[in-house]
Structures are given as structure tokens and as C-alpha cells.
Design a protein around this ligand. Sequence first.
Ligand code: HEM
Length: 417
Amino acid sequence: MSQTSIPRCPFEHIQNPDLEAEQIAETADLTVKLLDKRYPLKDEQLKFLSEHYPSSIRTLRGVHPKSHGCVKATFTINADIAPEFQVGLFAEAGKQFDAIIRFSNAAALVSPDSAVNSKTNEIEHGSRGMAIKVLNVGGEVLTDDNGAHNQDFLMINQPVFAFANTKDYLRLDRVLDQQDDKPDGFFAPLQLNPAVNPNLTEEKKRQILAYMEAENIAEADIQRMLHSAGIIKGIKSTDVGNPLSIQYFSAAPFLFGSDRVMKFSARPCTLVPPEQSPSPLSDNYLRDVLIETMSKDDALEFDFMVQIRHEGDDFGVDNEDIENASSEWKDKFHKVAKITIPRPQPEVDTTEHLAHCEKLAFTPWHSLVEHQPIGSINRLRKSVYQASADHRLEVDAHAQLPSVVRLLEKLFKSLFG
Ligand code: HEM
């Protein structure tokens, strides 16, 4: 894979580049470590995998492992696109590209799409993903995709990402690593507020204070933590009935040429039922409904839209609107392209199709230089997505080797290190 060297971007504000580089390296290492702990899967999760994927797929993505399905699509630049938006991928009015779209759940572990919380008795939903790979876009790319020049657009169904920056995401990953993939410890400092936990013991309080000192958690971190908790609460209460019928957002910002920045979003033009999850819930209802929806006849369409800001606009203290992926832009969305998903696509349910899709790697860094990912979370994503995709694909390719070759390899390693 070849990579273009990246010029400094005037919109970014990196407070401590050396520290950030260390945090990114540790997060990439933890991504691989967590994959090694999670896979091969056991019990219920293995059952899901065996039912839906061929045996060549056994190690899934570091995040968004559960796919509802992949569909073929076209991505067409609007014929009436205003000249001010004709930048990068959007340069030529009316130009059409082929595309592939993967719909997923963000949860790091394969689990039911929604589930009842046994403590509160309430149904909790999850974050949903839409990843578009626009194929063969030409131009100069930051990272090629197995030799191809593709433009990936990765989105979630909230306008903000739950974790603001690299520091917070690394702390989350450390908690997942130390606490058996459970994220609750990330929010432990909030328990010091008696309104959150009136029964906190002195011993527990001491432990939390020691943790805060070790992780260098200050007042500003607590404020971000509260904001993250609010976003996660919103995610848990967002009921999605059909992944083909909701709006998705980039949450993080990207360049729009050299002197502007964008966030992007895909919004369905046609609403397809159902609006809500089924009652009673079934584990994989989003996948079931996607397959059912893709068996119908007429095409589905999404508007692809951008919010644009200029150099000189107010980006907050230390360019907070760029550096904090939990900061929502309320700016107007402009329609620049149409995503068309032809139907029917009966192949969405075949194992070959699923296997092909699971072997793809989506990353915001598969991008034209004009749409370079920017901000702390996006800088972090560069090596983390690469680490996740390289590792899962390598482990599964290795497992496919004949057992005698693997045995010889092991012997060679034990003899020569
Ligand atoms: C704005 C924030 C983010 C958005 C919108 C987003 C969205 C997505 C989506 C939609 C996918 C699924 C791609 C597919 O279908 O293959 C994905 C995968 C992934 N995401 Fe993110 N994500 C965000 C931030 C992050 C961060 C901060 C990390 C960790 C540093 C991360 C790590 C990953 C990994 C490891 C994968 C799987 C990569 C692979 O194995 O191919 N994401 N993300």
C-alpha cells in the first residue's frame, strides 16, 4: 500500500505532537491485543459467526464487527451542484461512480442488535454504521486501497462521536483491556458525585482517586466525560427499525479542498418500514430487515450532504470544533450527490457475498487528498484501522494454510525465534 506524505493542515491544532504520537501507537497496539483476546469466538458469538459467515471468516473488525449486510450502489454527483462545492470527488457535475456500502453495529463485540438491560428493564439500542466505498475515483489519494483509488465515507447514526479525542479513546481502550471488554470503568470518576452514587464507599472512592491520578484526569476531562455519557445515553435510546432508512453522519471533520472543511451525512430520500425494532426483539433483526428490504423492486436513494466551514470561521478555542469529535456542528447541510441502491439484490444473503464484504477494509484514510481526515480522532484512526484490518485479515489467511505448513512454521519459529 502506498501513502502520500501529508502536508500540515491549517485547521488542526495539535497541543503536544509527541504525546499524541505515543497515544496513537498505544491505541493501535491495544486494538490488536483486544482482537487477540476476543478471537477465536466462543459460545453464542461463535454461533452467530458460524450461521452467517463461511469458515474463512473467523476474526472480525476491531469495532463494527457485526455486519447487517453489504449492498451495491452508485454514487452520482448532483447535476445541479453549485460551483462552490465542485471540489475533489465532487468536481464534475453528473459524474457517476460505482460503490459498495456496508451496514453495521458499532459495538466492539458481536451481540444482539438491541437488548433489555436487566437492572433498569429498559431496552438499550446501539450505534449503527454505514460505510461507503466509492470505487475508482482517480485523482491523488492519501492511501491506496490494495492499489485502487477509492474514497471511503464512514458514518454513524449520531452527528457526534462519543469520545472527544485521542486521550479519551486511549483511556477507553485501556479500560476495555483491563476490565474484560467492559467500558463502565471509563466513567468511574463520575461516581464521586454523590448525586450519581450516594452509597460510594471510602475504599471505592480511594480507588477512583488513585485511578484519576494515574490517568491524569482533570476537571476538563470530567466535563468531556459527562458529555460522552450524554451521547451514549442518546445512542442507547435511539431505536432503529431499518438500517436502510435512517440518517448517518461523519461526526468528525475532513478537508474540503485546501481552504475549507466539511462534515458529511447521508439521509434517506425514501423511508422504508419498519420505523422501530420488533417486539419481541430478535437478536439480528437489523440484518433480517435489510435482507427483506433488499428483496423488493424499486431503488432506494440517499442524499449525500456536506456542511462547509471556511478558514477564518469561528472554530472555538484551540480549534475545538475540529479537535473534538464530540462537538456538533449545527450548520446547514448542502446536497452534493445521490446514493442509489438498486433493488432487488438477493445476493446480500449469500455466504460468498458476505465473505467478500468482510475481507474489505474501510478507512477514512482511503481518501482523495482534497478530503483529508482532520482532527485528533481522525489522526488516531489512521494507524488503528490499518492495524485492525491487517491483523484480522492476516490471522484468517494464516488459519487457511494447510495444518502441515502451520506446524512447520511453528517449528521454524521455535528453532530460530
Ligand atoms: C467519527 C468517528 C468515527 C466514525 C464515524 C466511525 C465509523 C466506523 C464505521 C462505519 C466502521 C465500519 C466500517 C466497515 O463497515 O468496515 C468503523 C470501523 C472501525 N472503526 Fe471507526 N469510527 C469512528 C471512530 C473510530 C475511532 C476513534 C476508532 C479507534 C481509534 C475506530 C476504530 C475502528 C476500527 C478498528 C474499525 C474496523 C476496521 C477494520 O478492521 O477494517 N473508529 N468505524
